[in-house]
Ligand binder design. Structure first.
Ligand code: MF3
Ligand code: CO
Length: 251
């Protein structure tokens, strides 16, 4: 398929859709509380998407049955909302993508349920920090490996492990476009970034080992060793001088 370079007009639509995705994720994060069934988060997602005029992109994607992914504790990604009830001390990753006027954006956050352990807090901060470290490397002329290495370095320096079987990706006209954006790699390697590329960076970080296993439902990904996992994701656009985060609220 090759890398898809977006026009300024396409990026403007992604900016608008990305803002809705950010607002919806913020709302979901604020809704999380002990005693809540995760299916309720899916209901809120559907409602909020309608209100913001965007279409959830995960529902039906390769048969995925919900509008949001809700992954708890040792669930890494692609948890399916349902009957399971959130408990005080859980950490919950919320992953949401949407289409606005034909253009896709994708983002994720991990939040704590009530009071969480300091280890869980450290893990979440390392994952968010790794995403930011990756974003800092995004500018025309830098290489994809610079982004991957920055994410990996940030995580491993803090004693955590990056998941290797799942990656970030190009995003925009499709949910998943070239290039893949691994969360580990070597500086100075890989293709050069250029203006108009739009990427979803999404470190998934485990408290202990990096290996994962797939649930018998063929969706939910767990840490192989049962340790906690966190996930943060933003969609960014490479600009003339650097990068613009399309799925945050500070704009
Ligand atoms: N952010 C995830 C990804 O980029 C979400 C995909 S979930 C799926 O792969 F259900 F759509 F597959
Ligand atoms: Co993604």
């Amino acid at each position: 398929m090759g890398v898809v370079i977006k026009t300024d007009a396409e990026i403007e639509l992604m900016r608008q859709g990305g803002r809705a995705v950010a607002l919806i994720l913020e709302r979901l994060g604020q809704s999380v509380r002990p005693g809540m069934a995760t299916a309720e988060l899916d209901d809120i997602t559907v409602q909020e998407a309608r209100r913001h005029g965007v279409k959830p992109s995960f529902k039906g994607y390769q048969g995925y049955p919900a509008s949001v992914c809700v992954s708890i504790n040792d669930e890494v990604v692609h948890g399916i909302p349902g009957e399971r009830v959130l408990e005080e001390g859980d950490i919950v990753s919320l992953d949401f993508g949407a289409i606005f006027k034909g253009l896709q954006t994708d983002a994720a956050v991990t939040v704590g349920v009530g009071q969480i352990s300091t280890e869980a807090q450290r893990l979440m901060e390392a994952t968010r920090g790794a995403l930011m470290a990756g974003i800092e490397q995004c500018r025309p002329g830098s290489r994809l490996g610079d982004v991957s290495a920055a994410i990996q370095g940030f995580v491993e320096f803090r004693g955590f492990a990056v998941v290797r079987e799942y990656s970030g990706h190009g995003v925009g006209r499709e949910l998943h476009e070239d290039p893949q954006v691994p969360n580990f790699g070597s500086p100075g390697s890989g293709p050069r970034l250029q203006k108009g590329m739009t990427l979803a960076l999404e470190p998934m970080v485990n408290d202990k080992g990096w290996m994962t296993r797939l649930s018998s439902n063929f969706w939910t990904v767990y840490t192989a060793d049962g340790s906690l996992s966190a996930h943060f994701e933003h969609t960014v656009a490479i600009t003339d001088i650097g990068t613009e985060v399309l799925t945050d609220l500070v704009k």
